[in-house]
Design a protein around this ligand. Structure first.
Ligand code: ADP
Length: 709
C-alpha cells in the first residue's frame, strides 16, 4: 500500500466501491424485474397459444369419432363396392369438412385403403390411396386413437392427423381420419414480433414463425428416431435435421431460458419459455426479445449512476460548503481576535500615550499649517493656565502671548510656520492666565502623518522659568561669594593695610610737623617742598584706599558669550601707546579663534592689561631687543589657556607663591594688589591663574577659562 494512501483515500475507495455496487444492484434489480414481467407475459402468451392449439384440436377432435359412428360409414366398410353408399359417405365427409374447416376427412379400411374422402372430387383425392404405413392408421387399427403430425403422402402438405377406429359390435372395421391444417396458425405466428416454435416429441421443429428454424431439432435426433421418422415419412424424404441455430442459456430462478441467435442477419437475445403439451406430445416454445430487458438494465444503470453522481455531487457540494463555512468561521474568529488584539494594543498604546502626555513636564502643542492649534497636552495647559477647550482651534495671536512681546511672538510664530524656527529652539516669554510670567524654550519640528505628509507643526515648550531664576540666583550668589572672598581677603590685608597706610600717615605727620616749623621760621621754599611731600603722601594714601575699595566693591560683572580673541586684541589696542613708549613688542598668537567663553569683557581686559603692564615693567632694564611680550591663547581640553610671557628677570623661586598675596610688591611705588585682583577675577570666571619662570629667562603668567560647548 503506498504511503500516501491514507484514511481519506480509504473512505473514497469504499464510497466508490459502494456506488458501483449500488449501480450494479440497481441494474440487476431492473433486469430481474423486467425479466420477471417478461416471463409473466411469456407465460400468458404460452397459455394463450396452448389454448389456441388445444382449441383447434378439440374443435376437430370429435369429427373422426362422429364419423366412425355414422351408419353409412360403418356400412361402407362392410360393403366397400357400394357406389351409391360411397357417394353418400363422400358427400357426408365433404359436408363435414366444409362445415368445420378441417383440411380433409376420409375413411380407410382395415387394409389401409381409402374408401371415401371429403376431397373425393379433387385431383388430390385420397380415395384409393393406401395409408397403411401411417402411424395414426397403425394406432387406430389397433383400437387406439391415432394422433400424428406430418406431411401428407398425397398432398405433401403438413397437417395434424387424428384417427379413430370404426367399431361395429366390438370389431374394428376401419379407421376414420381427419386432417387439420396448422398453416393458418403458423400464418398468424408469422405476424407476431415474438417468434413461436412448436416441436414434436423428437425435438424437431415442425411449426415456426421463423421459416429458417423449420425442420431443425433442438438436440441431436437419435438414430432410432431418425429411422422412425424416415419409415413413416413424417417429414417427407428429409433424413437430416440440423440443430437449431440457437445457443441456449438457462436462467436461474425461472423456467425460461435465453436463446442467442441470429435473425435476418441480426444477433438477437430471446427469452424463451417451453410449455409441454403432453396430450399432443409436443412442446410449445414462446419467445420474446430480450432487448427491453437489456434496455431496462441500461436505463436503471444510467439512472442509478446519475443519481449516485448527483448524490456524490451533493455530498461534495455539502462538504465544500461545510469546509468553506468552517474556514470562514475560522477566518472570522481570527479576524475578531486580531481586531480585539489590535484594539487592546491601541487602547494600551493610547493609555500609555495619555499617561506619558499627562506625566510629561514638557508642554506639547500641535498646529496646522495655518497656525490653528489642533492639540495641547496637560503640561502646556498647566504652563499657560488655559484649558484645552480654550486653546484648541485658536489662531495667532494666542491668549498666552506676553503683551510686551506681541511683535516678537508674531515674528517667531511666522518663522516657525514657515519652517524657519531655530533648530536649537528659542526663548519665549509668555503670560500665564493668572498674570505671572513664564519663561520657556520652544522647539518646533514638522508634524508628519503616517503617510509621510506634513500636516503642520509640533512644538515642545519647556518651562525654564525656574532655571532662569536659578541662574539669576547663581549670579547673585557668585557676586556675593566674590564679595565674601574679597571681604575675607580684607581681613587678611587689614593688618598689612594698616601698616601700609601707617607709612604715608607717619610721613604726613612728620611732614606736617616739619611744615608747621618751616611756616614759623618763614622758609617758604622748603615749606613748599614739604607741602609737596604732604600732597604726594596724601595721594598715595588716597590711592591705597581707592584701590582697596575697588577691590572690595568691583563693578558689577556683566557676563556674556565672547571670543577671547576680541578681548585680547582690544587689550592690545588699549596698551599700544604705553608699549611703544617703552619700546616693547607685543606678539599675539591665537590658536583657536572661534572658541567662546562666558565672561565680563571689561574685567578680562583688566586682567590682561594688568599682566601686560607688569611684564612691561619687568623688562624696563632689559636691552631693547629683549623687550618682547608673547601673548598666546591655546585650547586645552574644554578650557582656553591665555599666557602673558615676558623676557624680564623672572621671579625669584621663593616669591613665586607670594606674588598673588595682596600688597606683595617689589616696586617702590607698587601696591601689590594687581595680581591679587587678577586672581579674584579669573576665579570668578571659573578658571585659575598660575605663574612660572621661563627657561630662557622671564616670567610667564597663565590663566584658564572654561569654554562654552
Ligand atoms: P605691584 O605691581 O603694585 O607691585 P602686583 O601685584 O602687580 O603689584 O605685583 C606684585 C609683585 O610681583 C611685583 O612687585 C613684582 O615683584 C612681581 N612681579 C609681577 N609681575 C612680574 C613680572 N612680570 N616679572 C617679575 N616680577 C613680577
Amino acid at each position: 500500500m503506498p504511503i500516501w494512501f491514507n484514511a481519506r483515500h480509504w473512505r473514497a475507495l469504499i464510497a466508490a466501491a459502494g456506488a458501483l455496487m449500488l449501480i450494479a444492484a440497481a441494474g440487476n434489480w431492473a433486469e430481474r424485474r423486467e425479466l420477471q414481467s417478461k416471463t409473466d407475459a411469456l407465460r400468458q402468451a404460452a397459455a394463450a397459444h396452448a389454448l389456441g392449439l388445444r382449441g383447434l384440436v378439440e374443435k376437430h377432435d370429435f369429427l373422426p369419432h362422429a364419423a366412425a359412428r355414422h351408419p353409412d360409414v360403418q356400412e361402407l366398410l362392410r360393403t366397400p363396392h357400394d357406389a351409391a353408399l360411397r357417394a353418400r359417405v363422400n358427400d357426408y365427409f365433404t359436408d363435414l369438412q366444409t362445415t368445420t374447416g378441417a383440411a380433409a376427412l376420409y375413411l380407410v379400411d382395415r387394409a389401409g385403403l381409402t374408401l371415401a374422402a371429403s376431397n373425393w372430387n379433387l385431383p388430390s383425392s385420397f380415395v384409393g390411396q393406401s395409408y397403411r404405413r401411417r402411424p395414426y392408421f397403425e394406432d387406430a387399427v389397433q383400437g387406439r386413437r391415432g394422433f400424428f403430425y406430418g406431411l401428407g403422402l398425397t398432398t405433401g402438405q403438413s397437417g395434424l392427423f387424428i384417427a379413430e377406429p370404426v367399431r361395429s359390435q366390438g370389431a374394428i372395421l376401419g379407421v376414420a381420419v381427419v386432417k387439420i391444417s396448422l398453416e393458418p396458425l403458423q400464418a398468424t405466428w408469422m405476424h407476431s414480433a415474438d417468434p413461436v416454435v412448436l416441436r414434436d416429441s423428437h425435438g424437431i421443429v415442425f411449426l415456426s414463425a421463423v421459416p429458417d428454424w423449420l425442420f431443425h431439432s433442438i438436440q441431436p435426433v437419435s438414430a432410432a428416431d431418425l429411422q422412425w421418422v424416415a419409415e413413416h415419412g413424417q417429414y417427407g424424404s428429409r433424413e437430416r435435421f440440423d440443430l437449431l441455430p440457437w445457443s441456449v442459456e438457462p436462467r436461474r430462478g425461472t423456467s425460461g431460458f435465453v436463446v442467442h441467435t441470429a435473425m435476418r442477419e441480426r444477433n438477437m437475445d430471446l427469452l424463451a419459455l417451453d410449455t409441454p403439451l403432453p396430450e399432443l406430445g409436443w412442446t410449445l416454445t414462446v419467445t420474446t426479445d430480450m432487448k427491453e430487458v437489456v434496455q431496462a438494465r441500461q436505463v436503471a444503470l444510467a439512472l442509478t449512476a446519475l443519481a449516485v453522481a448527483l448524490l456524490l455531487l451533493g455530498v461534495l457540494y455539502w462538504r465544500l460548503r461545510e469546509k468553506r463555512f468552517v474556514e470562514q468561521r475560522a477566518a472570522r474568529i481570527e479576524l475578531e481576535r486580531r481586531v480585539e488584539e489590535r484594539t487592546r494594543d491601541l487602547q494600551e498604546a493610547h493609555a500609555f500615550r495619555k499617561a506619558m502626555e499627562d506625566s510629561l513636564l514638557v508642554g506639547m502643542r500641535a498646529r496646522d499649517p495655518d497656525g490653528k492649534i489642533i492639540y495641547v497636552n496637560p503640561a502646556l495647559c498647566a504652563m499657560v493656565g488655559y484649558s484645552a477647550e480654550e486653546l484648541l482651534g485658536r489662531r495667532p495671536p494666542y491668549p498666552y502671548w506676553h503683551p510686551d512681546d506681541l511683535e516678537k511672538q508674531a515674528r517667531e510664530s511666522d518663522d516657525a510656520l514657515q519652517g524657519r524656527a531655530a533648530p536649537h529652539g528659542f526663548e519665549s516669554r509668555i503670560r500665564h492666565k493668572d498674570g505671572h510670567d513664564v519663561i520657556t524654550m520652544v522647539y518646533t519640528a514638522p508634524l508628519v502623518d503616517a503617510q509621510g505628509v506634513r500636516r503642520g507643526w509640533m512644538s515642545s515648550v519647556v518651562d525654564i522659568t525656574a532655571q532662569k531664576q536659578a541662574e539669576a540666583r547663581q549670579r547673585d550668589q557668585e557676586l556675593r561669594l566674590q564679595r565674601s572672598a574679597r571681604l575675607a581677603s580684607v581681613g587678611e590685608m587689614a593688618s598689612t593695610l594698616a601698616h601700609e597706610l601707617n607709612q604715608p600717615l607717619m610721613a604726613l605727620s612728620n611732614f606736617a610737623v616739619a611744615a608747621r616749623a618751616l611756616a614759623t621760621c618763614g622758609s617758604s621754599d622748603m615749606l613748599a617742598g614739604t607741602l609737596d611731600e604732604i600732597v604726594g603722601q596724601s595721594k598715595r594714601a588716597s590711592e591705597i584706599v581707592k584701590r582697596v575699595r575697588a577691590f572690595i566693591n568691583p563693578q558689577r560683572a556683566h557676563y556674556e558669550s565672547l571670543r577671547m580673541q576680541s578681548v585680547m586684541t582690544h587689550a592690545e589696542t588699549l596698551l599700544k601707546p604705553e608699549l611703544q613708549r617703552h619700546g616693547v613688542a607685543l606678539r599675539l598668537s591665537l590658536e583657536d579663534t572661534t572658541a567662546q567663553v562666558r565672561g565680563d569683557r571689561i574685567l578680562l581686559e583688566q586682567v590682561l592689561a594688568n599682566l601686560i603692564h607688569n611684564a612691561l615693567h619687568a623688562m624696563h632694564d632689559q636691552p631693547r631687543h629683549r623687550r618682547n611680550i608673547e601673548l598666546t591663547c591655546r585650547r586645552i581640553g574644554q578650557d582656553l589657556r591665555v599666557t602673558v610671557a615676558d623676557q624680564g628677570p623672572g621671579i625669584p623661586g621663593e616669591q613665586l607663591e607670594q606674588v598673588f598675596v595682596p600688597f606683595f610688591t617689589t616696586k617702590h611705588d607698587g601696591l601689590g594688589l594687581g595680581l591679587n585682583i587678577c586672581r579674584t577675577i579669573v576665579e570668578a570666571h571659573g578658571g585659575c591663574i598660575t605663574v612660572e619662570n621661563r627657561t630662557g629667562g622671564g616670567a610667564a603668567f597663565s590663566f584658564t577659562l572654561p569654554t562654552i560647548p
